[in-house]
Design a protein around this ligand. Structure first.
Ligand code: SAM
Length: 371
């Protein structure tokens, strides 16, 4: 049972991350104002968040951290998971982030959103994907981008990216109860758009024996995921480069499918295609869990924060995402019950594929569809 001291250590750890994120943003804004002062147009457009809104955000942030800790207390996942932090990467890549910033600011000022270095392979990728999402240099397509990504997300969310990702773990554990007759090592969980593997790392912390799978379009992010996931003991998750709209797996293969922070980066039809694919590959009785940004319907009080997001962070599909009916999309794909949760800046959709949970025959398979 985790004790009061461990909880205090967790709170201090999170507070440190939060202050660091705030400090980084304050300093980088000052530097940006010095090197590239905002134009009159930019000043006119900038709408600082109201004090009330900042207080709402702070309250929700405290709540997600408390929920994270509560799950440790309930034994959903071990305390060690909430202290997991890529320290080595932090010290190695934080300076690199600063070196990357001038180039990024230049692109932002020049409104260049699809700029890639010569030699970065974009052929064969969906056109919607060939973007400098979050103004990242070379989008998702280089090792440097993959090395900086986790750090950038942690700073963006003031250290709460992982606590938000971990909100999928309790519903995942709950959903897997439908397969209580299956050996822990035979449980198969797929993370769609796994990126650098942070979600898989969190799932591994909760399910040390399960067979984990990850798919992503970025070879560079998968390389990073492979590096970070191999630090954990146990079987290495199987990572495959592929489009989530055409998952390279057999029908009814996984006991659960998760996807974190993907849907706001997809155009509407792609969102539906990914949901249809998740439905196809999850077993009857299995669960599909989406974690993504909050939407207008669940968090109207945070509308000013959401409205500024697409432009500030170059998220071209976010505006449509804000009001998209994801529950209707899940139902259209065939999912039955869908429940929703909201934690801090994220929402969660937990959908179950209807049907009888079939008794399982143990067999060795890769799950990858072979034509
Ligand atoms: C915002 S990142 C989220 C990554 C990770 N899930 C996380 O929690 O940090 C979006 C990820 O989706 C991947 N992605 C975007 N569109 C995709 C698609 N159609 N198929 C597979 N991966 C995709 C990107 O390469 C990137 O790794």
């Amino acid at each position: 049972m985790p004790d009061t001291l461990t909880k205090l250590a967790y709170q201090t750890f999170q507070q440190g991350k939060s202050y660091f994120g705030l400090m980084h943003k304050a300093v980088s804004t000052q530097v940006l104002n010095l090197v590239a002062p905002p134009s009159i147009e930019q000043k006119r457009k900038a709408k600082p968040l109201s004090l009330e809104l900042i207080q709402t955000i702070q309250k929700r942030m405290a709540e997600v951290l408390e929920a994270d800790w509560q799950d440790v207390e309930k034994g959903v996942y071990p305390a060690s998971l909430v202290f997991d932090n890529p320290w080595e990467d932090f010290f190695r890549y934080y300076p690199v982030m600063w070196f990357d910033m001038p180039e990024m600011w230049q692109r932002v000022n020049a409104k260049r959103y699809q700029e890639f270095d010569a030699g970065v392979e974009t052929e064969g990728l969906p056109s919607y994907y060939v973007q400098n999402f979050h103004h990242q240099t070379n989008g998702y397509l280089t090792d440097t981008s993959a090395n900086l990504y986790d750090l950038q997300v942690e700073i963006l969310f003031n250290g709460t990216a992982d606590p938000m990702r971990r909100r999928i773990l309790a519903p995942l554990k709950e959903g897997l109860k439908a397969f209580s007759d299956v050996l822990p090592s035979q449980i198969k969980v797929l993370d769609v758009a796994c990126g650098t593997g942070r979600t898989l790392r969190n799932i591994r912390g909760m399910l040390p024996k399960a067979s984990l799978y990850g798919v992503d379009l970025s070879a560079a992010y998968l390389r990073k995921a492979n590096q970070l996931l191999s630090q954990f003991e146990g079987t290495l998750p199987q990572l495959v480069q592929g489009n989530a709209e055409e998952l390279p797996y057999l029908d009814n293969y996984f006991h659960a499918v998760t996807s974190v922070f993907l849907f706001h980066e997809l155009p509407p039809q792609a969102r539906q295609n990914v949901i249809n694919e998740a439905f196809r590959v999850v077993k009857p009785g299995g669960t599909f869990i989406i974690c993504d940004s909050i939407q207008m319907s669940d968090s109207p009080e945070l509308a000013p924060a959401m409205e500024g997001f697409p432009e500030t962070f170059h998220e071209p599909y976010y505006r449509h995402y804000m009001t998209d009916d994801l529950v209707a999309r899940l139902k259209e794909a065939g999912f039955g019950e869908v429940s929703e949760q909201v934690h801090f800046m994220s929402k969660y959709l937990i959908a179950r594929k209807p049907g009888v949970v079939a008794p399982e025959v143990t067999k060795v398979a890769t799950g990858i569809a072979i034509e």
